[in-house]
Ligand binder design. Structure first.
Ligand code: G3I
Length: 361
């Protein structure tokens, strides 16, 4: 009952905020990155590869000038959406394809943005040569080690955070057997991946990253146990991240702050790394107001936790969102329309950032 009341108040409050003709003076004409406190990086996925390959438009980042302008203006952090994943950056056993990732890293430097590297140890988007090859355990281990040293080493000093291990647990909090390295080499390979990444770039903050960890449960417990174990063994683990792919079919992430706080209490950084909020189509004003509440709830969670230093949305325009490709009846998940005009969620994020306490980390 109390929860329902709180939710209703939140919706009304946001509706009032959204209905206000002019943004508060504090936010003014600022961008998201300018409105944010300095310690908090505001990021987006940088669109390219993956689902974009099958869409009726050219690869977004290299080809859409307007897209790059908004990316530079609004964000202080960039996450290659697909361009650093194994299948993209390491398409053949003895060939790397660094061009697209290099371009993002160079763009980020030009525009005063940090980069979140994504990702090194994952069950998905691995090249066929890796998934279908026949390797001994020793060879597989060497392949992973070389990949990490090569990719992390190439961008040494230029990456703020690496998603070292991505989605390594299933919904029951068990190690995913689809992950070739975990299946073949055992879960101990996770610690090795962190050690190798740290050797290759001692300044990068190294993260565990997953979805479905926005509410307490077995998956969060599994990550908490793993994080505690790794820290006790002095493995260079620096952060835990919630992807936060949200759907309005479920509730707003009202326990996310509590989840992040558990990892903060271990001395880790935390981050929101892939936030989007999909809704059943068609879009209505009421749904847009509710969507803004979801975005704000996720941002509030990060702002409430001391070591939460990075808040990233998984794309900023519906034009390039992965959501309609995966969820045919849902969409409108980002903060801008196809033409980059802003939704209520954009304004709510910006106003919330502008009003956030400035503090040092
Ligand atoms: O590999 C197949 C290929 O064999 C086939 O011919 C082709 C035909 O459609 O599809 C290829 O798969 C595509 C895949 O990227 C590989 O590049 C999928 O269709 C495509 O939907 C997929 O999209 C990416 C997705 O990760 C893959 O899981 C999205 O662009 C990307 O936004 C998304 O990002 C992930 C994060 O990395 C991790 N967290 C979840 C998030 C959303 O799924």
């Amino acid at each position: 009952m109390r929860k329902a009341l709180r939710a209703a108040v939140a919706v009304l409050a946001t509706a009032a905020l959204v209905a206000t003709a002019a943004p508060p003076a504090s936010a003014g004409g600022k961008s998201l990155r300018d409105a944010a406190p300095r310690y908090l990086k505001i990021g987006t996925a940088v669109a390219g590869g993956g689902h974009h390959v099958d869409q009726p438009y050219p690869d977004p980042f290299p080809n859409d000038r307007k897209y790059r302008q908004v990316l530079a203006r609004e964000f202080s952090s960039a996450s290659p959406e697909n361009q650093m994943k194994w299948e993209f950056i390491h398409p053949e056993r003895h060939r790397y394809n660094f061009g697209p990732a290099d371009a993002i890293v160079a763009f980020a430097r030009r525009h005063g943005q940090v980069v979140r590297g994504h990702t090194l140890l994952w069950h998905s988007q691995n090249p066929a040569w890796l998934e279908e090859g026949t390797f001994t355990k020793a060879e597989l281990r060497r392949i992973l080690k070389e990949h990490i040293f090569t990719v992390v080493g190439r961008y040494r000093g230029k990456i703020q955070q690496w998603d070292v291990a991505n989605e390594i647990f299933n919904e029951n909090g068990e190690y995913r057997q689809e992950n070739i390295f975990i299946r073949e080499l055992g879960p101990g390979i996770v610690a090795d991946a962190f050690r190798w990444a740290h050797q290759a770039d001692p300044r990068a903050q190294l993260f565990l990253n997953d979805y479905g960890v926005e509410w307490p449960g077995v998956k969060v417990d599994a990550y908490h146990a793993l994080a505690s174990e790794l820290l006790a063994a002095r493995v260079p683990l620096h952060g835990f991240a919630s992807q936060a792919h949200l759907s309005m079919r479920y509730g707003a992430p009202d326990q996310l702050a509590a989840v992040l706080q558990r990892f903060d209490d271990l001395g880790l950084h935390t981050a929101i790394t892939e936030l989007d909020v999909r809704m059943d189509l068609p879009v209505t004003d009421e749904k847009l107001a509710t969507q803004a509440v979801y975005y704000r709830t996720a941002l509030d969670a990060c702002l409430a936790v001391d070591g939460c230093n990075s808040f990233t949305i998984w794309g900023f325009t519906d034009k390039y969102s992965w959501v309609p490709v995966f969820f045919p009846a849902e969409g409108a998940a980002t903060v801008m329309w196809d033409d980059f005009s802003r939704k209520p969620a954009y304004h709510t994020l910006r106003d919330t950032l502008a009003a956030a306490p400035r503090r040092h980390h």
